[in-house]
Design a protein. Structure first.
Length: 91
């Protein structure tokens, strides 16, 4: 149960950071932000450990993992927006 709660919290933080660094308005739900943020954190930390052999065994916050997760989440949000379309409503 703790893992699920931690994943939701980390996904929300990483997703929110990714949306902050992206230009323009992203019209996506909070749930999708959390899902894409969690996916970005997972893939970003996996790539970080795969490419750079990075392991945060010292404890604390893995800042490079946060950066990599934010970048990956921003990429996933961009892909999601391009597949879904920028906006479903007409102004």
């Amino acid at each position: 149960m703790t893992t699920i709660i931690t994943t939701v919290i980390v996904g929300a933080i990483i997703g929110a950071l990714a949306r902050l660094v992206m230009p323009g308005k992203q019209n996506i739900s909070v749930l999708m932000t959390i899902l894409l943020g969690a996916l970005g954190a997972l893939v970003g930390s996996w790539l970080l450990s795969l490419v750079f052999n990075y392991n945060n065994s010292s404890g604390g916050i893995a800042w490079w993992g946060v950066v990599a997760g934010t970048v990956m989440a921003a990429i996933f949000i961009s892909i999601y927006l391009s597949l879904r379309g920028r906006s479903r409503t007409r102004v």
